[in-house]
Structure formats: structure tokens, C-alpha cells
Design a protein around this ligand. Structure first.
Ligand SMILES: Cc1cc2nc3c(=O)[nH]c(=O)nc-3n(C[C@H](O)[C@H](O)[C@H](O)COP(=O)(O)OP(=O)(O)OC[C@H]3O[C@@H](n4cnc5c(N)ncnc54)[C@H](O)[C@@H]3O)c2cc1C
Length: 1011
């Protein structure tokens, strides 16, 4: 008996033979496209610029714009681009109108290589040609990212229309094999699930399934009536579990339980694909009706690895190409072994993968009419022809749509065709020998990084994974990954934490002074803003007496703590970080109840607290060692730091654990003694943080917890002669008072008081004429309305250029209207309640002011009846002098300002008292550079949301009336808690001096710590 490998080699050789019999250029279109692809494969930088240019081109309207972009992308002075490209740029400068038209034509021709038609009418012509070649089809509708329910409904309608039109046109068509035709309806549609619901949240599969089922049922029903087949395509990993669940749920419904003509995709590049396929098969057996699976490797490899790199988590995909190939083969076998319940389709252009499937089918005696090969339109024509000739069923995946919505698809195809690791490039562009291409992928896997590490755990093999660039002696900083609510396990843990937190509602929390728990007669209730009758817990109210006691305790503790080696102090923070991680869900749940944070926002807050602890621990190790200033003979000077003394930390409620923890941990790790006061609206979160530090072993008096009224204890401590530093984050009004009051030197005061002051913002995002509108809308909506607009970084002014004002508004308002508003205890909520009644009233007042000053363009109609819910609101016709354009509102209210051009946009953006965050959406490299240089904001974000700063990566804080220029989570932050000192020693004795002094020396500590 022949071995499987030799069988595969023989079949592969036969396919190669047939492929080579009909030589066709790899990319069927010659000329422009061929040349660009060839250049891209040899120059990564050119490839990046080319793909970016191709992506922006369809949204450019004027010839001059096209030429400007061409120049910006491809001529950077002494560019190293290919002479062909440089020549092209020069020619374009001379005849702009003609060049623009030619470019547009060429790119659109390129796109049409991969897009089968603009509309159903166009596509039918293509399908007829394929029919003559005995090639079947599946049609997919290309779409922009769906940002609103209006768009989702339009998309569903296009599918329904397509189904009917194609049914009419193909009613007499028959299966080309004429055998097992009952398994393969002629009419076959591939559906992109995310296009049918704009608010799909991985954390809320039940919500997504409920909405999507409503949209899908009529389509499936109609498909069944028409005898058509529907395939659920698979997209990014975040949507995978929901898509699988949706498929199983809807096809188990009585109406569809016995319908065999539905299929789904399994992506073999995913580590959990084996589990998913087994689960599907088990489900199929229980259902008792056939279903289909299209096995592919997966189209989002670059996206998945980038995303998980940003989060510092392990990618869900295999990292070696042969691992995906080998897994594809394992899953091929699994599909065939279960042929009795599942019809297999293999979506691949890889001749090895295809030959393997053929060989396994024969080995298991599965007739070739009972499965099929699927290939993409515009790619690998010779392979399709070869397979048809060999008697296999071949189906072509035909996307239809316009160029602009098809851009993401086109770029994915271009990436795939130029990928270093792709089969097509190896075979057709690089002529790698057949023998090499037919090797068993298992033999090609490098042992080093094989593994099935749990997705979600930090990936240490990947260098671009959020590790800080500067590490000290083996201590490097890495951001904690966010909890991924994609997983059912994480969803269950959060639900269970919410249940537990609910059981503990109403608990009382003491003050914590000098290591003792202190109670007073006054308890302050903290209420749930989503259900104001619900008391989350009680905090003990401190008065002046407790404040005095805390200062004394801190002062006393400081005298010892300041001489504690920095390593011990750093380790304290690391223990706190571990406890925060252990109690992560519990703390997130408390935030949901106490401040109305949606799940993922609450988790991000705890993650930030963890990051503050580990980052500041690492920073202290960097700063703690006295550093030699210069090498000079006979003298050494060491620069080092002392703590300031007693630090008073005043935190806000909007990041109730992270900001409090950030300021307090910075104080503690630098050797200060800290009194921390949480906001009156988030006492319970503050008390929980105190518990964390207590468990971590903070010495008595080093960290003290005082809850109470800012006007009483806050004011008292800010003015106190024994408080050396005030770290404040909050409103401008209070911040300025603190700034002023701390400037007065009181009798007996030792130090000039240092104030760290982080205040508000009136943050703007500017949208350029060439911006990617999918991203612009999605991120602007999130920046403005995420956590109800209550982040100091939130977007409150959207500045639109006249030219694209209409295009943006047309999508922005329906997107805002589609947001999920509700009690954030439910998963997937984007807009919850504002913090309390006072905020509720103040925001409503601003809305009234807005109605008088500008035009109310949108206000959500439905919000929950109880709780402090403010409907997301958008004003247009806003002018820069208006109050709603100048004053911080701190709620879900967005002002839209229309401007002439980028000059005016920058003037308006910079024209407020604040400079906290700012953003810009553009695809013009020059305009991006200009905004990077000129936008007045402490944190400038290009082509992304203007919220969500990450510790160590985006040191956060503003200037002007937004703050004193300190950067939380940045490398300079700890310096504000320290005073610098230099110790110089004459080291020469009678002219003899050591040759070298060490760059760093031990800390100046006395008595010396024992080693
Ligand atoms: C008809 C059809 C329908 C499809 N539908 C979908 C769909 O619904 N959803 C979807 O996601 N994909 C889908 N795909 C798959 C995708 O679009 C690619 O075409 C396919 O993954 C390319 O694989 P290949 O076997 O043709 O080529 P190969 O060249 O053999 O494989 C390339 C693939 O290997 C994987 N890969 C690349 N580098 C690495 C690496 N370093 N480590 C691990 N793996 C790596 C990637 O998946 C890459 O696409 C479909 C493909 C076809 C043909």
C-alpha cells in the first residue's frame, strides 16, 4: 500500500502538471497590477505605501487630491523607491488630471480582478462564464464596516434582493457533476454576520444572537423556499464564538432543524479550531441533519497577531505557517471521518492542502462528488481548471459590490498574494519546485515555538508585545492583558462576580489610619447610579480629627519608610498587582455597581491599576540607584532622590481604582507616606483598594485611607503644614483652588508644597476629507459616548471639514442611534448611567444650553426609566465661542463644528482653555505630520479613539487648564514625588585617585541594610 505522503505527492504532481499545461500568469491581469505586485514582493516599505495608497484612493474625489496623495506616499525627498515609481510620481506632477484618471482606472481594474461584479446584474454575466467552465459559485456582498442599524438593515435587504435575483437567473442550472447534487444546491450565498448587526459585542453573545436571528430568519426561510444554500462566513476571532453559537442556535430552531443546506467556516489557523469543529460535529449529530463546513486557513492572520500584540496576549492563531497547514490537514481528516453528518468544502489555493484532501477522501472511500473545493474569484485560475479536469466539484467565491466598500477585501487579497509565506507566491511568483511545495507540513514545524499556549496569557516569544523598551537589570515592564470577554469562561466569571458583589451590597467600610481600622458615627452611603435606590455600601466619614490623626500616622511612618530600600518598596507594589489580578473580576463587578462602568471599561480600569503598580515598581528600580553624573579623576558625584514626605492623594470617581491606585502607588514606591482620599462617589472602590494594599503588607501609616467630604477633610489636608505634596485628579474648579491654596506657606511648614494636578478637557477630533469613515465613525462614537462620555479624555468636539461634513453626519447620527444604552450589569452595554443626580442635572442643563445655542441634531429616544441615564446627544451648527464648545460637560454630549479647511480646524481645536487629548482621522501623510506637530493636546491620537491611554505606552496628562504637565504612567511621573540630591566626594588621597567610578552605586542608607 502506498503511503499517504507518496499518494499526496503523486496527486500534487498531477495537479501541477495540469496547472502547467495551461500556463496563465499568476495574476490574470497583466500590466500595472503585475508590476506593482512584483515590486511589492521585493520591497516591504513600498508594499506598505502601495497598500495604503490603494486603500485611500477610492475616497479621493478630485484629481489634485489623488496626485497630492501619490506624492505624499511615494516621494519623500530622497526616497529609495524603484525608478519606475519615482518616474510615475514625476509624470503625475506634469499631467495631474490624466495621471489621476489612469491611476483610478488601474486600481479599479485591480479591484475588479477580485470583485466579480458591482451588482447582481453584473455578477450574473461572470457566473454564466464560469458555468460554461463547469465551475459553481457562491456569492458574497462586500460591505463597509456596519456602524449602525440602518446600515445593517440595508445590508440584509441587499442579500434578500440578491437571493431573489440570482434564483430567477439560475433556476434552470444544474450541478456540473450531476452526482450527489442534493448536497450542493446551485444557488449558494455566503453571508458576513457582522454586517447584519452593528452592536455585536463579544461579551454579549445572547444579545447578538437575538438580533441576528431576527435578521437571518427571513433570509434562511427564503433560501429554503428557493432551494438555495447559505454559508455563514467567519471573520475576526472576536466574533468567532458568537458566530458558531448563532449558527447552532438558529439551525436548531424547529423551522430549520431539518434543513441541510446551511454551512459555516472553520479557520484552521486558530488554535481552538479543532475543539470548535468537534463541538460542531457533536451538535450536528444531536440535531440529526446534515450541515456543511468550509475549511479554510483564515484571512485575518495579520490582524489577529497585531491585535494580540497590542494587548500583550497570546495570539489565537498559530505563529508558524506549517502549523496552520498541518492543522488544516488534521481537520480535513476529521471532516471526512464524519462525512455522514457534515459536507466538507475546502477553501484553499494550496496544492498540497488540496492533494492531501483528495488522498484522505480516497483512503476513507469518500466519493469525490460528496465534497468540493472552493477558490476565490480572480485567483488561481489554473488550479480551478485542473481540479475540474480531475472530476472534482469546484466552487468559486464571488464577492460583489463597489470599490470603496470592497477595499478591505481587496487589501486582504493583496496581502495574501504578496505574503512571504503564501503558497501562491511560492508557486507562481517564485517558482519553488513542486517537491518542495508538497512536503508534509508537520516536517516543517520548528520545534521552538510549537505549542498550544492558552490565548489570553502573555506571549513572551513575540517581541512586539507591549514590553517596555527600557528595562533595568532583568526587570522589564509588560502591560497586563485585558480580560477577553470573547470566552464563555470570562463571561461566566464576570456574571458570577456580579452575583457575589450583589450579595455584599450594603457592606460598611472603615477608615484605615496608621494600620488600624477606624469607625466614626457617620456613615456615607454610596449608591448605584443605574438603580439609585440600591446602596452599594457605606463608607465611614472622616472629619478633621481623623484627618489630623492620619497626618500624624503618616509623618511617623515616613521617618522609617523613607529609609526602606527601594527594592522592598517596589516589591510591595508587585504584591499589590498580584492581588489586583487575583481579585480582578470582583473589583470590576464593584465598579459596575458603584460607578456604572460597562464590563470591559471596568476591567480596563483594574488592568490600569495593575499596570501602575508594576510600571512604577520598575521605574523606581531605575531611579532608586544613585547615578554617577560624570567620570572625573579624583571626584565622584552621585545624583539620587529623596522622597518629599507626606503625600495627600485626591482621586476622582471615573477611574475609581486605577487613578487612586496610580497616585497612591507612586507616592508609596517613592518612599513617601500617603493619605488617600477616594471620591465621595466611589468610596467602596477606594476601600477595596485599601484592602489590597493591606493584604500586600503595606506597613502601618505608610498608606492611610480617609473617606469623607472634600470640602472638610480635603481642604484641611491641602492646607496642612505637614502635608508636603498633593496629588489631585479631578475638576478644574477644585484643581485650581488646590493650586492656589498650596502656594501659601503656612507657619511650621518644612517644604514648598508640590502639587500634581490633572484636570479636565474639551477634547477635539478633526476629520480630514480623506479619512476612513468606517474607522472615523466607530472610534468617534466610542470616544464620545463610551462610559457615557465621563472620561476626561472623552471626545466632546468633532470638527468636520466642509467637504466631508455631509458624508460623516450621514453615518454618525444613525450610529449614535444604534448604541446600546442600559444598566451596565448586562454585558455589551456601551452607555450606562452618569454618576449621580448632580451630574445628571448639570448635563441636562448643558443640553438645554445647547438647544438654545445650536441645533439639536440627535438625541436618543429611549433610556431606562430609573437611574441617572442621559440620552446620547449630538449638536450641530456649534460655533467655537458657544458654551457647549468651550466648557467641559462630562457626559454623553457631542458638539459638531463645521470648518472650511485644516487651518481652521486646528485653530478651532486649539482654541479652548484645555489641552488634554486630541485626535485626527486622515490618510494624508502630510496632514498627519502637520497635526502631530500642531495640535495642542497632551495626548494626540491619529486614526484611533482619543480615549484608552495605556500605562507605559501612552503616558497620560495634559497642559493649559488640563493639568500641570505631569504624565501619569510615564517615565517622568515618579520624579514629581521626589526631591533630587547630589552627593559629591573627593576621592583622591595625596593625588592618588581610583581610575573609574561605577556608573551606579548602592542607595545612601544608614544604618546600612544587612545583606
Ligand atoms: C473560497 C474561500 C472562502 C474563504 N472564506 C473564508 C472565511 O469565511 N473566513 C476566513 O477567515 N477565511 C476564508 N478564506 C481563507 C482566506 O481568505 C485565504 O484565502 C486562505 O487562508 C489562504 O490559504 P491557502 O490555503 O489558499 O494558502 P496558503 O498560502 O497555503 O496559506 C496562507 C494562509 O496561512 C496562514 N498563515 C500565514 N502565515 C502564517 C503564520 N506565520 N503562521 C500561521 N499561519 C499562517 C494564513 O491563514 C494565510 O492566509 C476563504 C478562502 C477561500 C478560498
Amino acid at each position: 500500500m502506498r503511503s499517504l505522503q507518496s499518494d499526496i505527492e503523486q496527486r500534487g504532481a498531477r495537479i501541477f502538471e495540469l496547472v502547467d499545461k495551461h500556463p496563465e500568469r499568476f495574476f490574470s491581469k497583466a500590466g500595472f497590477y503585475q508590476r506593482l505586485m512584483a515590486l511589492s514582493m521585493h520591497d516591504e516599505r513600498f508594499k506598505t505605501q502601495l497598500f495604503r495608497f490603494v486603500a485611500v484612493l477610492p475616497s479621493l474625489h478630485r484629481s489634485s487630491e489623488i496626485i497630492e496623495h501619490l506624492e505624499e506616499y511615494f516621494s519623500d525627498g530622497n526616497d529609495g523607491f524603484h525608478p519606475l515609481v519615482s518616474l510615475g510620481v514625476r509624470v503625475a506632477r506634469l499631467v495631474p488630471w490624466m495621471s489621476a484618471a489612469i491611476l483610478r482606472w488601474n486600481v479599479s481594474e485591480t479591484a475588479h480582478q477580485f470583485i466579480a461584479g458591482r451588482n447582481p446584474h453584473d455578477v450574473i454575466a461572470t457566473l454564466r462564464k464560469r458555468r460554461a467552465q463547469k465551475i459553481c459559485f457562491t456569492v458574497d456582498v462586500l460591505g463597509e464596516a456596519v456602524v449602525s442599524e440602518v446600515e445593517a438593515d440595508e445590508y440584509a435587504a441587499r442579500y434578500a434582493d440578491l437571493l431573489d435575483k440570482l434564483a430567477r437567473e439560475t433556476k434552470d442550472w444544474t450541478d456540473p457533476l450531476g452526482k450527489s447534487a442534493e448536497l450542493f444546491p446551485v444557488l449558494n450565498l455566503s453571508v458576513k454576520i457582522s454586517a447584519l448587526y452593528s452592536q455585536m459585542s463579544p461579551a454579549a453573545p445572547a444579545d447578538a444572537i437575538a438580533h441576528l436571528s431576527t435578521k437571518l430568519r427571513p433570509l434562511l426561510r427564503r433560501a429554503r423556499e428557493l432551494g438555495a444554500f447559505i454559508n455563514f462566513d467567519m471573520e475576526s476571532y472576536a466574533l468567532k464564538n458568537t458566530t458558531l453559537e448563532l449558527f447552532k442556535t438558529i439551525l436548531t430552531e424547529v423551522e430549520f432543524k431539518d434543513w441541510p443546506h446551511a454551512g459555516i467556516v472553520i479557520q484552521a489557523y486558530l488554535r481552538d479550531s479543532d475543539h470548535d469543529l468537534r463541538d460542531l460535529i457533536e451538535w450536528g449529530c444531536a440535531r440529526g441533519t446534515r450541515f456543511a463546513v468550509r475549511l479554510v486557513k483564515g484571512a485575518y492572520w495579520d490582524y489577529e497577531t497585531t491585535k494580540s500584540g497590542q494587548n500583550g496576549s497570546n495570539p489565537p492563531v498559530f505563529l508558524q505557517k506549517p502549523e496552520s497547514d498541518a492543522n488544516f490537514e488534521e481537520l480535513t481528516r476529521l471532516l471526512f471521518e464524519n462525512e455522514a453528518i457534515v459536507t466538507a468544502a475546502f477553501g484553499s489555493h494550496n496544492i498540497r492542502s488540496i492533494a492531501h484532501a483528495q488522498a484522505v477522501a480516497d483512503e476513507l472511500r469518500i466519493d469525490r462528488s460528496r465534497f468540493e473545493f472552493q477558490l476565490l474569484y480572480g485567483m488561481a485560475g489554473p488550479i480551478k481548471r485542473a481540479l475540474v479536469e480531475m472530476g472534482y466539484r469546484v466552487r468559486e467565491y464571488c464577492p460583489i459590490g463597489e470599490l470603496l466598500p470592497g477595499m478591505a477585501y481587496l487589501v486582504r487579497r493583496l496581502l495574501e498574494n504578496t505574503s512571504n509565506e503564501g503558497f501562491l507566491r511560492a508557486k507562481f511568483a517564485e517558482n519553488v519546485p513542486a517537491k518542495e511545495l508538497l512536503r508534509d507540513p508537520k516536517d516543517l514545524i520548528q520545534p521552538a515555538s510549537v505549542g498550544t499556549v492558552d490565548p489570553g496569557t502573555p506571549n513572551r516569544a513575540n517581541v512586539k508585545n507591549g514590553t517596555s523598551l527600557h528595562s533595568t537589570d532583568g526587570h522589564s515592564f509588560r502591560n497586563a492583558p485585558l480580560v477577553s470577554f470573547i470566552y464563555k469562561d470570562s463571561q461566566d466569571k464576570m456574571q458570577s462576580a456580579l452575583r457575589e458583589a450583589r450579595k455584599r451590597l450594603g457592606e460598611k467600610h472603615p477608615l484605615y489610619i496608621g494600620g488600624e481600622k477606624i469607625w466614626t458615627d457617620n456613615l456615607t452611603p454610596s449608591v448605584n447610579p443605574a438603580e439609585p435606590t440600591e446602596i452599594v455600601g457605606y463608607g465611614t466619614e472622616a472629619g478633621v480629627e481623623e484627618a489630623e490623626r492620619a497626618v500624624k500616622a503618616a509623618r511617623a511612618a515616613f521617618e522609617k519608610w523613607r529609609w526602606t530600600p527601594f527594592e522592598e518598596r517596589a516589591q510591595l507594589l508587585e504584591r499589590a498587582a498580584d492581588i489586583l489580578e487575583r481579585r480582578r473580576y470582583e473589583l470590576s463587578a464593584v465598579e459596575v455597581f458603584e460607578v456604572g462602568k460597562p464590563w470591559s471599561e471596568a476591567d480596563a480600569d483594574i488592568r490600569e491599576a495593575i499596570d501602575f503598580c508594576t510600571f512604577y515598581a520598575q521605574q523606581m528600580r531605575r531611579l532608586g540607584r544613585p547615578k554617577l553624573t560624570q567620570q572625573v579623576p579624583g571626584e565622584e558625584s552621585y545624583h539620587h532622590y529623596w522622597p518629599r514626605g507626606v503625600a495627600f492623594v485626591i482621586a476622582p470617581w471615573n477611574f475609581p481604582i486605577a487613578i487612586l491606585c496610580g497616585m497612591a502607588s507612586a507616592g508609596v514606591v517613592t518612599g513617601n507616606a500617603v493619605i488617600m482620599k477616594p471620591s465621595e462617589q466611589s468610596i467602596i472602590c477606594g476601600a477595596m483598594l485599601m484592602q489590597v494594599f493591606e493584604e500586600a503588607g503595606v506597613p502601618p501609616g505608610v498608606l492611610n485611607f480617609l473617606s469623607g467630604h472634600g470640602s472638610v477633610i480635603g481642604a484641611h489636608l491641602v492646607d496642612h503644614k505637614d502635608v508636603d505634596l498633593v496629588a489631585f485628579t479631578g475638576s478644574r474648579e477644585v484643581g485650581l483652588k488646590i493650586w492656589q491654596s498650596a502656594g501659601i506657606t503656612r507657619p511650621g511648614q518644612r517644604e514648598l508644597k508640590r502639587v500634581i494636578c490633572e484636570m479636565g478637557g474639551k477634547n477635539a477630533i478633526i476629520v480630514d476629507t480623506d479619512a476612513d469613515l468606517d474607522e472615523t465613525i466607530m472610534y468617534s462614537i466610542y470616544s464620545a459616548f463610551g462610559f457615557q462620555g465621563q472620561k476626561c479624555s472623552a471626545l466632546s468636539r468633532l470638527i468636520l471639514l466642509e467637504e466631508n461634513y455631509g458624508r460623516v453626519m450621514e453615518r454618525l447620527i444613525p450610529a449614535a442611534a444604534s448604541l446600546r444604552i442600559g444598566n451596565p450589569e448586562q454585558p455589551g452595554i456601551m452607555v450606562g448611567p452618569v454618576i449621580d443626580e448632580a451630574a445628571y442635572r448639570r448635563i441636562l442643563e448643558y443640553i438645554e444650553i445647547g438647544k438654545k445655542e445650536a441645533t439639536l441634531a440627535f438625541q436618543a429616544k429611549e433610556v431606562p426609566p430609573r437611574g441617572y441615564f442621559i440620552p446620547p446627544t449630538i449638536f450641530t451648527d456649534v460655533k467655537p465661542h458657544m458654551r457647549i464648545a468651550r466648557e467641559e460637560i462630562f457626559g454623553p454630549v457631542l458638539s459638531v463644528l463645521k470648518v472650511r479647511d485644516l487651518d481652521e480646524a486646528l485653530e478651532v481645536a486649539n482654541g479652548t482653555d484645555y489641552a488634554l487629548t486630541g485626535g485626527f482621522f486622515s490618510r494624508s501623510p502630510d496632514n498627519i505630520e502637520r497635526v502631530k506637530a500642531r495640535l495642542e493636546a497632551g495626548n494626540v491620537y491619529i486614526n484611533r479613539s482619543c480615549t484608552g491611554a495605556i500605562v507605559g505606552r501612552h503616558p497620560f496628562g495634559g497642559f493649559k487648564m488640563s493639568g500641570s504637565g505631569t504624565k501619569a504612567g510615564g517615565e517622568d511621573y515618579l520624579l514629581h514625588f521626589l526631591v533630587p540630591r547630589v552627593v559629591t566626594e573627593n576621592t583622591s588621597r595625596h593625588g592618588f585617585a581610583p581610575e573609574q567610578s561605577p556608573e551606579y552605586r548602592d542607595e545612601f542608607l544608614w544604618p546600612k541594610p544587612r545583606r
